[in-house]
Design a binder for this molecule. Sequence first.
Ligand code: OAD
Length: 252
Amino acid sequence: MDKKAELHPVLVNLSRLLQQVERVVVLTGAGISHESGIPTFRGPGGLWRNFRPEDLATPQAFARDPHLVWEWYDWRRGLISRAEPHAGHRALVRLEEMVPEFTLITQNVDGLHARAGSRRVLEVHGSIWEVRCTACGLVREDRRVPLPLLPRCQACGGLLRPNVVWFGESLDSGVLEAVHLALKQAQVMLVVGTSAVVQPAASFALWARQSGAKLAEINPDPTPLTSVCDFVLPGKAGEVLPLLVEALAEEA
Ligand code: OAD
């Protein structure tokens, strides 16, 4: 059976609901970038030189060995610079056009949603294309690939770090406030391509559910959220999201 036929009843029910609501939130994780050629953090191919992300994406790891951490980010920047958004990213652009109030929350730092054309994107873990000076705090865009390792601040000569959120660090308070508001008001939330194990993003769907949102999950594998979802669409983002948008267009 093909994917469309397999998911038909869920696609119809979810698209009917989407047709009726005003406020939709989508949360994405590394899984949506997988089909663009960017490895996920957990699962096959997710490890870089046998390091877990929890061993590299921390202030302690950077203080201990900034060269190693920058090598990892430089490798990922190289992969991302060659990657293109796919049909799943583009389906979310169409969904934004079809829904009155739409917020896309992403844990991804690759910028692929914006490149695809999504407009209201909250990047809760920051951007891999920004650097921040560890001495003077200056943040600026830096798209050089490869980077000189170790990169230095143009203003003060201090050591630069990626302007991303690491384990043990807080999310930007302004971004978090916007996330809270969107989750509180959401009527439907789609959770796409996240293992839902890294906090606080792993709890976002539960917060939305507490405020009354219906949850839908798109992921080839089950996650800790699967059992609380109202709609489960097992499959790849690049395959399932276009089918969902097609079903929604048929409902309109
Ligand atoms: P993970 O690598 O933990 O999980 C990726 C998820 O995507 C898994 O549940 C896969 O089953 C799913 N997946 C794989 N291929 C897919 C596809 N084609 N379509 C849809 N889903 C697919 O990634 P995240 O949950 O995003 O944070 O990880 C959360 C955070 O952990 C990241 O933002 C990063 C990392 O450490 C920091 O660096 C702070």
